[in-house]
Ligand binder design. Structure first.
Ligand SMILES: [Zn+2]
Length: 61
């Protein structure tokens, strides 16, 4: 398990905003990126994050 105190000091590296623990992932409340947890250590790396599913963008014009 991840310490609650650790969660409190963690922040999304993209938004610098708070994150929450969701199942086995750390989820950013703002951008929705999901960061993995490996060996009970949150991997707060943008390259490791999964982006939340987004609606496909329509190309303008
Ligand atoms: Zn974020």
């Amino acid at each position: 398990m991840i310490d609650k105190e650790l969660l409190d000091i963690l922040a999304c590296p993209v938004c610098k905003t708070e994150i929450r623990l969701e199942q086995e992932k750390i989820v950013c409340a703002k951008c929705g990126r999901r960061y993995p947890i490996r060996d009970d250590i949150p991997v707060m790396l943008v390259e490791e994050a999964e982006l939340k599913e987004e609606a496909p963008k329509e190309e303008a014009g």
